[in-house]
Unconditional design. Structure first.
Length: 73
């Protein structure tokens, strides 16, 4: 799986603007003026991006970050 491309998704119905993603993983996320995150990149394709995405998913307190093809809702 690590050599494939996976699309990132933020569920804004779940996001509580805690900021863990953009403070800890600025390579993937940025803070918008509203306090919500935005994706800097739409897909994870490198080992570093997969690692960053995995860590962001784990630290998000509301589990709002996932891969688009995950059916974890
Ligand atoms: S860590 Fe989760 S809850 Fe916090 S801003 Fe990012 S997506 Fe939203």
């Amino acid at each position: 799986m690590a050599d494939s491309v996976r699309w990132l998704r933020i569920d804004f119905d779940k996001c509580i603007k805690a900021g863990e993603c953009y403070y800890n993983h600025p390579e993937l996320f940025r803070r918008t003026d509203s306090g919500y995150p935005a994706l800097r990149i739409r897909r994870a394709a490198t080992p570093a991006q997969f690692r960053e995405a995995q860590e962001a998913m784990e630290v998000c307190p509301s589990r709002a970050i996932s891969y688009e093809d995950d059916s974890t809702d």
